[in-house]
Design a protein around this ligand. Structure first.
Ligand SMILES: Nc1ncnc2c1ncn2[C@@H]1O[C@H](COP(=O)(O)OP(=O)(O)OP(=O)(O)O)[C@@H](O)[C@H]1O
Length: 198
């Protein structure tokens, strides 16, 4: 069980969030939507533990993976090494299997700059799932991809979630992505004092 209970999040004197409370059950996918600037990324950073500076409490498992808007790969390391550096216990066979799962079989020796943007996103998904996360956080992972690639990536993400079964919190602007992936959609709206769930 993942429990989010944020009373308030401020940057200086600006109140951005709160109160925002919800639970995520094991294996559940929650999609978080809301207008630009409302506080979605801020909320994800609190939930992930990247930003500990807020009033409230968050209960989350240790085995956590985050997929950001940008693939955040190490450009001077091969595709395989990008997985191994984050998950040192993976065998070569595990790495090959993880790459194969995302359609990158045979590409382990290539550097990120030698991969297309879509392939870099695939590698970033492989890295996230290779750690068998109990909790997966995704912050608009398919922005700036063409419609066909988004469709392919959505199907791949659905398959990987079904295969690995993490609880997932997914931020997107896209209603079609939200409908497609979610067990539950949460919408952040502007409240009297910071964003709240609508
Ligand atoms: N480090 C920071 N210092 C001060 N203000 C910040 C900081 N990070 C975010 N904010 C402010 O918090 C508010 C929410 O930003 P956030 O990035 O969480 O919105 P968002 O809903 O993710 O937007 P988008 O959909 O455009 O990515 C904005 O007003 C932003 O300017």
């Amino acid at each position: 069980m993942i429990r989010i209970d944020i009373r308030q999040k401020r940057f200086g004197n600006d109140v951005v969030l709160g109160p925002v409370s919800f639970d995520i059950a094991a294996g559940e996918t929650i999609v978080l939507t809301g207008p630009s600037g409302i506080g979605k990324t801020t909320l994800l950073r609190l939930v992930a533990g990247i930003d500990p500076d807020f009033d409230g409490q968050i209960v989350r498992p240790d085995r956590l993976a985050i997929v950001f808007q940008e693939p955040t790969l190490l450009p001077w390391r091969s595709a395989s090494d990008n997985l191994i550096l984050v998950h040192p216990s993976l065998s070569r066979a595990d790495v090959e299997a993880a790459l194969t799962d995302v359609g990158l079989d045979g590409k382990g020796n290539l550097f990120p700059g030698q991969l297309s943007l879509g392939q870099q996103r695939r590698l970033s998904l492989a890295r996230a799932f290779a750690g068998q996360p109990e909790f997966l956080i995704m912050d608009e992972p398919f922005v700036s991809l063409d419609a066909e690639t988004v469709e392919t990536m959505l199907t791949l993400t659905e398959d990987l979630i079904a295969q690995h079964g993490p609880a997932t919190l997914f931020v997107t602007h896209s209603q079609s992505e939200a409908q497609r992936l979610s067990n539950r959609i949460l919408n952040l709206i502007s409240g009297p004092d910071g964003a709240v769930l609508g």
